[in-house]
Design a protein around this ligand. Structure first.
Ligand code: SF4
Ligand code: SF4
Length: 81
């Protein structure tokens, strides 16, 4: 089934509401809201150093069946797959 842009926007909102990136030791605050695993968001523009990744404990991780980590630096799940 095709996922339309409206549906992607809805999903992005849900991901952002559950994202735990802001509590992560690698997080740098440059006004971003996390959700880096999501294809319409992807890499951070300011996080560059891998100081640990807490994605594995995020509710989105299980819900979306994610397999990768460090989405902020390495790119979204889709980009890394
Ligand atoms: S899996 Fe990681 S990047 Fe994705 S919403 Fe959760 S904490 Fe944020
Ligand atoms: S994607 Fe992982 S490493 Fe990057 S800020 Fe989120 S939890 Fe931390």
């Amino acid at each position: 089934m095709e996922v339309g842009p409206g549906e992607m926007e809805e999903r992005e909102k849900i991901v952002l509401s559950m994202c735990t990136c802001k509590s992560c030791p690698s997080f740098e605050d440059c006004g971003e809201n996390g959700g880096f695993c999501f294809p319409t968001i992807g890499k951070s523009s300011c996080i560059k150093t891998e100081n640990g990744c807490i994605c594995g404990g995020c509710p989105v991780y299980e819900k979306m069946g994610l397999k990768n980590i460090y989405f902020c630096i390495r790119g979204s799940e889709k980009e890394q797959s």
